[in-house]
Design a protein around this ligand. Structure first.
Ligand SMILES: NC(=O)c1ccc[n+]([C@@H]2O[C@H](COP(=O)([O-])OP(=O)(O)OC[C@H]3O[C@@H](n4cnc5c(N)ncnc54)[C@H](O)[C@@H]3O)[C@@H](O)[C@H]2O)c1
Ligand SMILES: C[N+](C)(C)CCCC=O
Length: 491
């Protein structure tokens, strides 16, 4: 661990105006490797002076950045993408140490997903244009629109995907000509610092992408600063409510990527192995710490027994172990607190009458481990079927027909995602049209290519990340009326 600590400890807790910054007056942040519980780095939460420095520098950088030709801005973003890909192995190891996620996952889902976003939005930067509307024929009056940046954006991240979340926010924001101050989760403060270094290396103006680490109070201070034009949060619904309300004080733009309790619906004509694979991916990838997970697995009556038997059988093959071992498929939970929260839900599930079919206990040893857990016989009213657990707990609920399962799938305050498995494509399209969710999958789950919008409805959020849709949330349109004739007036 000595070696890890020496290479992991960043030169400063924050990255501002092109350099690492430290202010030890801030509250300590102990960064623990979730697999062992050992402290691998010690950082300090941003003080008011650090926050001021970050906002002032980003404000300056934004003016410089917005004045660049769009094609030059795009080039910088694409260079960042190239560096992320070149250093994928080192960045994946850092992500694994920051989060505890298995290296098998981080090699394909984190820096590489961030690179996709930077490449996509870097490529699009030069084609962001306005529109023209003509009145009264050729040579008559017309209106043209200018797509302008919002200005200074604040990004606030959750702990499950620290690199991906930072890139999914920064890439569209910067492509539109904004600057960003990003606050990672206090639990995973390391990856975004590395990303900030890479931005400068790729030629971004100093201050364009600043990182301030800290607890919730640092996020709150950023959100309420009058210089901030937009806030994009990835986090829980309770935090979303606070941040949305705080941003409303100054009538600021928001994107809210919040929690979920998504349904995965499996009809009895679905391919069994594919449905089981999807249920595994939708519940145990990243040890279940994914916002869009399909944690309510609705299975049609005739399919319940074969599906359950095969799911339990295959989940027994999960390899829990050292996250840096490429064979490991299940890592630890992010913190002991999160693990205790999940264990409490397991207890409640049993007390309320759900059948514990697999897991529910913690392997011996240090670190924040919990086994992949499967409950059968779950009913809609049970706590484990209603609340977001954010851990590896899968609930199987049985249903009889399409109308019934559609109504039950929608009977939640959340609306992030949903999946449908069936061989009947007419039914699949009819169902996703009726499902109240921002992102739906047919015969797949949790795939989120950068070309497709991602985001939620209802309590799961506002706005969209990825795709051209994200550009709408990081830019504003100015309308310019141009007259070509005399001005008429009543007197
Ligand atoms: N929809 C999505 O894309 C998505 C993706 C990942 C995670 N999530 C959600 O995130 C949650 C788990 O992450 P978490 O535990 O880090 O969430 P959280 O809400 O506890 O914290 C998220 C971030 O908000 C900050 N914060 C806390 N209080 C704040 C305040 N008053 N003002 C400003 N910032 C504040 C935290 O420091 C952290 O950086 C789950 O609910 C999960 O579903 C959603
Ligand atoms: C790309 N994933 C793995 C679906 C993660 C999306 C963000 C939610 O946690």
């Amino acid at each position: 661990m000595d070696t890890i600590q020496q290479t992991i400890q960043p030169q400063g807790s924050h990255f501002i105006d092109g350099a690492h910054v430290e202010d030890k007056a801030g509250r300590e942040i102990l960064c623990r490797y979730a697999a062992t519980g050992e402290v691998v780095a010690t950082l300090h939460s941003a003080t008011p002076a650090v926050i001021e420095q970050a906002l002032a520098s980003a404000k300056r950088a934004q003016a410089e950045w917005a004045a660049l030709p769009p094609v030059a801005r795009g080039r910088v973003l694409r260079r960042v993408a190239d560096i992320l890909r070149d250093r994928n192995e080192a960045l994946s190891q850092l992500e694994t140490i920051d989060t505890g996620k298995p290296i098998q996952e981080t090699r394909v889902a984190d820096a590489s997903s961030g690179a996709d976003a930077l490449e996509f939005f870097g490529g699009i930067a030069a084609s962001l244009t306005g529109e023209t509307m003509h009145f009264g024929g050729a040579g008559g009056d017309f209106v043209y629109t200018i797509r302008e940046p919002l200005g200074l954006c604040v990004g606030i991240g959750a702990w499950n995907y620290p690199t991906q979340i930072a890139c999914w926010k920064a890439a569209p924001a910067l492509a539109c000509g904004n600057a960003m101050v990003f606050k990672p989760s206090e639990v995973t403060p390391l990856c975004a610092l590395k990303l900030a270094e890479i931005f400068v290396e790729a030629g971004a103006p100093k201050g364009l992408f600043n990182v301030v680490n800290g607890y919730g109070d640092v996020g709150a201070a950023l959100v309420t600063d009058a210089r901030v034009d937009k806030v994009s949060l990835t986090g829980s619904v309770p935090t979303g409510r606070k941040v949305y309300a705080a941003a409303a004080g100054n009538i600021r733009h928001v994107t809210m990527e919040l929690g979920g309790k998504s349904p995965l619906v499996i009809f009895d004509d679905a391919d069994l192995e594919n449905a089981v694979s999807a249920a595994i991916n939708a519940n145990f990838y990243s040890t279940g710490q994914i916002c869009s997970n399909g944690t309510r697995v609705f299975v049609q009556e005739a399919m319940v027994k074969p599906f359950t038997d095969r799911l339990v059988e295959r989940t027994r093959n999960a390899r829990i172990g050292d996250p840096l071992d490429p064979e490991t498929t299940i890592g630890p939970m992010i913190t002991d607190d999160q693990r205790q929260k999940v264990l409490n839900y397991v207890r409640i599930g049993q007390q309320e009458g759900a059948q514990l079919l697999l897991g529910g206990t913690c392997p011996d040893g240090p670190g924040y481990w919990i086994e992949p857990t499967i409950f059968g016989g779950v009913t809609d009213g049970m706590t484990i079927a209603r609340e977001e657990i954010f851990g590896p707990v899968l609930s199987i609920l049985s249903f009889s027909d399409e109308a019934e399962v559609t109504a039950r799938a929608n009977a939640t305050e959340f609306g992030l995602a949903a999946g449908v498995f069936t061989a009947d494509m007419k039914r699949a399209h009819r169902m996703v049209a009726a499902l109240e969710a921002g992102t739906c999958w047919i015969n797949e789950y949790n795939l989120t290519p950068v070309e497709a919008p991602f985001g939620g409805v209802k309590l799961s959020g506002v706005g969209r990340e990825n795709s051209r849709a994200a550009l709408e949330h990081y830019s504003q349109v100015k309308s310019v009326y141009v007259a070509t004739g005399d001005v008429e007036a009543p007197f």
